[in-house]
Design a protein. Structure first.
Length: 454
């Protein structure tokens, strides 16, 4: 570093002073990005750790470098409600920092504890958010009021709504940025945006986009792995290990290394998917998520950041809201299940303006569905398996429609024992050979295919 040139810590302290004066969101975003770009190796390990206990986290906070605070905050919620509440009390003793607000926002979005005994977490969270007075918190308050309470108990939702509404008047509008600060932001952002390049000269985003758009292209994925290893990214080794396991699935050393890499780096490997996926549903292939199920509560702004992720191109199987499953980046999605039991209309799905890659599709029929939408559906040319759920009248109404008639395999889910009679009538109208069997809440229709053994 040249004499007189500010250190990264000096720059970050200056940015924090500017943010405390203006509370401007652009400064908040720059602070998080700048600090993360200069984190230590120890901080990178914190981000991927599930093993940082209460005492270790507290000790780390007491000595944390200012640049590394964001990494420690990324695991704020990994602990019991009591542990997390104590951590929030410690954070309240620090100088105001937008990264603390980011971590508290993430806690509210996840809402891991909703019992009455855990309310001290949320009391301390909202109190600290009031003290931080970050204008970005207003968006969280508005989101919870309109869509955030889904999945919460009524008592908790009412209580949390009241807490957040009391917080809203304490949140200021951001102050203006002068020309000098605006220029500083642009200069620092430009420095952070320069893409890493491999020795071959390809930028990492270019390699990622090329490989993830072609998940079956082994050579492209290995080129990406080499570039990542060259840049010190553990995902490069993870890609190589998973590819090696494809030809040696019983190799214990490879299996152990794969497990260790996931244990150390899973959250980072997930990227923007991390806060909205059920961890038990995850499968990885060739270094990236290949199957996942989204949580029931997916905030719109979190989903928006996910939909632009090139890594979606590696996903073959997914369960989630329709807005996710229809994302253009999911160009290789073969098996899709729509989360909502009652989404407003099947029209966006059955009248999509582009061909969808689904080979199997499962969804619930919304009340008042128009069976005619199942006729002349041209956006599902590869569909081989269709699983439907809904009331008996709706299911019966769609049986004779063109889309249902042409799929080789049909499964009806969550049906009642009175349905087989209705289905037989539908089968006769469709002139389809076969029979109906009921087992574990599913009806398989033989004659489309052996959907179920009976």
């Amino acid at each position: 570093m040249a004499p007189g040139q500010p250190t990264p810590t000096d720059t970050l302290e200056h940015l924090l002073q500017l943010w405390r004066a203006s509370k401007h969101p652009r400064l908040a975003e720059l602070i998080a990005a700048f600090a993360r770009a200069h984190e230590s190796r120890e901080a990178l390990a914190w981000r991927d750790s599930d093993k940082l206990g209460a005492a270790e986290w507290t000790a780390a906070l007491a000595e944390v470098d200012l640049l590394d605070l964001g990494a420690l905050l990324s695991v704020l919620g990994k602990g019991t409600a009591g542990v997390v509440a104590n951590r929030i009390s410690l954070l309240a003793q620090l100088e105001p920092d937008p990264r603390i607000a980011d971590a508290l926002h993430a806690l509210i979005e996840a809402r891991a504890w909703t019992s009455t005994g855990a309310r001290k977490v949320w009391t301390r969270t909202t109190s600290l958010l009031a003290a931080l007075a970050d204008p970005r918190t207003r968006a969280l308050v508005d989101t919870y009021a309109h869509e955030g309470a889904a999945g919460d108990s009524r008592d908790f939702a009412v209580w949390m709504h009241e807490r957040l509404q009391k917080l809203a008047p304490k949140l200021p509008e951001p102050g203006p940025l002068d020309a000098e600060t605006d220029a500083l932001i642009e200069r620092l952002l430009a420095g952070l945006a320069g893409p890493a390049r491999s020795s071959a000269g390809d930028s990492l985003p270019e390699l990622l986009a090329h490989s993830l758009a072609r998940p079956d292209d082994l050579d492209a994925r290995l080129v990406l792995a080499d570039a990542l290893i060259e840049l010190g990214d553990a995902r490069g080794e993870f890609i190589q290990v998973q590819i090696a396991r494809e030809s040696a699935p019983k190799d214990r050393k490879l299996a152990a290394r794969e497990k260790q890499l996931l244990a150390d780096h899973r959250d980072r490997f997930l990227g923007p998917l991390e806060p909205i996926v059920r961890k038990g549903s995850l499968e990885f292939a060739r270094g990236f998520v290949s199957a996942c199920e989204l949580t029931d509560n997916v905030y719109a702004h979190l989903l928006e950041s996910v939909l632009a992720d090139e890594a979606l191109g590696n996903i073959r199987s997914a369960s989630g809201p329709l807005a996710f499953l229809l994302a253009p980046k999911l160009a290789n999605l073969r098996h899709a299940r729509v989360h909502e039991r009652e989404f407003p209309s099947t029209e966006p799905l059955l009248r999509c303006d582009r061909p969808l890659p689904f080979e199997s599709l499962a969804f619930a029929l919304p009340r008042g569905s128009d069976p005619a939408l199942f006729d002349d559906c041209t956006c599902l040319p590869k569909l081989r398996r269709l699983a439907l759920r809904g009331n008996n009248a709706l299911l019966q109404a769609v049986l004779s429609r063109a889309l249902v008639a042409r799929v080789p395999e049909l499964v009806l889910e969550d049906v009642t024992t009175t349905l087989p009679r209705l289905l037989r009538a539908g089968l006769e109208r469709n002139d389809k050979p076969g029979m109906v069997g009921l087992r574990k809440g599913e009806v398989g229709i033989h004659g489309w295919a052996l959907a179920l053994d009976v």
